[in-house]
Design a protein. Sequence first.
Length: 177
Amino acid sequence: MVTVVRLDGIPNDAVAVGDAVRDRLVQGGIIRANARRDKMWQPSQWEPGPAWESVVESIDWGPAFLTSSNNGVDIAVVRDTYHPVENLSPASCARCGARVADAYYVTLEPWVSGAEPRLTCPSCGWTALVGDWPNEWGFAVGMPAITFNNWPELTKEFLTSMLAQLGGRSRVVRTHM
């Protein structure tokens, strides 16, 4: 899964921003309403649209992608946690590159239930909000969020445009289970 999520989402804006992203994806033919929705096979409200190929790096999957299970798109407008699961790795300090061990994972709970905590590098003292620590395989908490389930690799350009449309402090979370 690849999720694009806004870390500093404001509840009043989440629905409007989520709707704007959905409208853009539908109008661009990237997604369409899921006509074959099934709790186990195709649980998402949205499925790949006729222009899905325009936002992926490779179409090696071809027609098989369109018939695979759970290949939909979910648009969430409530605060939630997005976790890389098997890909999870410690964050690195933006200043000195030191890795942060268990303290990084401990901060997840307060973030979910309230304000985003700050982390301080044990080596150099650099301090930043958890979501601002460089980490290719980190987690995020926020809203709105757009999750592409079991899609081929999305293009860098498309992900960059999604981050820009979400605005604020947005992040890509790549999940592998």
